[in-house]
Design a protein around this ligand. Sequence first.
Ligand SMILES: [Zn+2]
Length: 131
Amino acid sequence: MNCEEFREKMFLYPDVDGDFFLHLQSCEECKKEFDKFLQVEKIISEKVYEAGIREEWERVSLDILKRLRLEAVKRKILIIFLIFLELIFFFLFIFVIYRFLKVFSFNFSFIYLIFKGLLVLISQMNFYLFY
Ligand SMILES: [Zn+2]
């Protein structure tokens, strides 16, 4: 897990996996960031408790968590879609080049045949004209 992934997963705390804690132990920057996050969360929960809107707050934070997870899934789907699109364009590109080369080689032999035919015609004309 890198720092960027850690900072995304941080918002899902405490719903995190073992990799999260491994990174937390090894990275000082993220540890500081996580401490700040916990302080902010503590302040928010105190204020929420004072204001007596605990149920609403839990509902809203659950909603935010759901949205974050949905965004993560959406991004993964988008990445898979882009890779798929890239593969399609790659094969299309190869196919177009293949077709182009095929047409080119056909035209090349076609031109060769016309040239050969003209030579035969000229030699026959010469035969009739000069012999
Ligand atoms: Zn880090």
